[in-house]
Design a protein around this ligand. Structure first.
Ligand code: TRP
Length: 369
């Protein structure tokens, strides 16, 4: 298998001088990458994924899912990972795992991920991917793992009384998720940047240590989403675990009820002002995203009609936008065999790719017996 060089490093030399994925550097890189995608989607291989901890919601949809379908439809090769081992980072048991995994596959198919074009797989099912963790762990220091700000934050919010070894080491496992298929592009939110930085370090160190010439592994770039953050119905970040999310799979009635209960503020006049009026503005934004309109115009249209009118507008917009996705999801849900088949075939494809990479790794490490 030929290796893919880090895309920006080779094609946009201006950006390669910074080897840090600080936010603004990552934004600059992302803009450059978007240009390259338009020119030549075939040079990219994307790895993206989710933890199967619950239902995907509107925050996921407008944050990343929508973008995955866009990239796929532009002709970018895509691997979509269901990170089932990663569920065990902050809890002892992965509850309802089969239900959540099948739910993710359903959501992916319903929004337009095409299993003929994109490989949907679960990392626990790919032995050679997991085996990469061992050499990768040898390339990172304990201090480095302990410094990871996303891991620190997750430890602070963990529901476990003791921090497990997996919590500290999962970013190295995430590097295996990305590098097993030599992905060169990873669409991420801000919180994932430290993990991507570690992945880049591991790729670079492996290439340096084992002298693999042009580089066995690419140093993947982040593709930062420019979608603004959607708030949940309680005014904090929309999140599976906070009970404040509107699931893609929710019914129209449930959606309307959740939106009716969403937090707003005392000012009857509706404006779009995310800094000073985050809750109202997030609702306006949600309507704008669903209607493909400018949020300021939507706020102007509602004006003095108040929060109840805003909420009606949002409910209608969301339900109308999601109707075809929900209909497709419902139909697909009747064929469990199909869901299992998509996963089985995805696992098979991912296994073949992981096996090839492990063969390269063994050769590089001089451990072919
Ligand atoms: N950490 C990601 C999350 O919490 C899921 C994930 C696992 C992932 N492996 C990945 C994302 C590799 C991108 C690339 O949502």
């Amino acid at each position: 298998m030929t290796s893919m060089p880090g895309v920006v490093g080779s094609a946009a030399a201006d950006y390669s001088s910074s080897d840090s994925l600080g936010t603004s550097a990552a934004q600059t890189r992302s803009a450059a990458v978007e240009d390259l995608i338009r020119q030549d989607p075939g040079r990219f291989r994307v790895l993206t994924g989710d933890r199967p901890t619950g239902q995907l919601h509107l925050g996921h949809y407008f944050g990343t899912l929508h973008n995955r379908v866009r990239l796929q439809d532009l002709g970018v090769e895509m691997f979509v990972l269901i990170a089932d081992y990663q569920v065990l980072t902050d809890r002892d048991v992965a509850d309802h795992l089969v239900e959540h995994v099948e739910g993710l596959v359903l959501d992916y198919l319903a929004i337009g991920i095409d299993p003929d074009q994109s490989t949907v797989f679960a990392h626990s099912a790919i032995p050679a991917l997991n085996q990469l963790l061992l050499p990768f762990l040898s390339l990172v220091s304990v201090a480095e793992l302990g410094r990871n700000p996303t891991v620190k934050d997750e430890i602070a919010h963990s529901r476990q009384s003791a921090v497990s070894g997996l919590m500290f080491t999962y970013p190295a496992h995430q590097a295996a998720d990305i590098l097993f298929c030599k992905a060169n592009l990873v669409p991420v939110g801000q919180d994932q940047l430290p993990h991507l930085e570690l992945t880049r370090s591991i790729a670079r160190r492996f290439n340096d240590r084992y002298g693999t010439g042009a580089g066995l592994f690419p140093e993947p770039d982040a593709l930062l989403s420019d979608a603004p953050l959607l708030l949940g119905t309680d005014g904090t970040k929309m999140s599976k675990s906070r009970g404040n999310a509107i699931a893609l799979a929710a019914s129209a009635d449930e959606t309307a009820r959740l939106i009716r209960g969403a937090k707003t503020d005392a000012d009857r006049h509706i404006t779009y002002d995310p800094v000073n009026r985050p809750e109202v503005s997030s609702l306006v934004l949600l309507a704008a995203l669903c209607l493909g309109r400018d949020p300021h115009q939507i706020a102007d249209d509602i004006g003095n009609a108040g929060a109840a009118t805003l909420k009606n507008t949002v409910s209608e917009a969301v339900n109308e936008y999601l109707a075809p996705i929900r209909a497709r999801r419902k139909q697909l849900a009747q064929d469990r065999g199909l869901i299992r088949q998509v996963l089985r075939e995805g696992n098979e494809r991912a296994t073949a790719v992981a096996d090839a990479t492990l063969t390269d790794v063994r050769a590089a490490m001089n451990s072919v017996y």
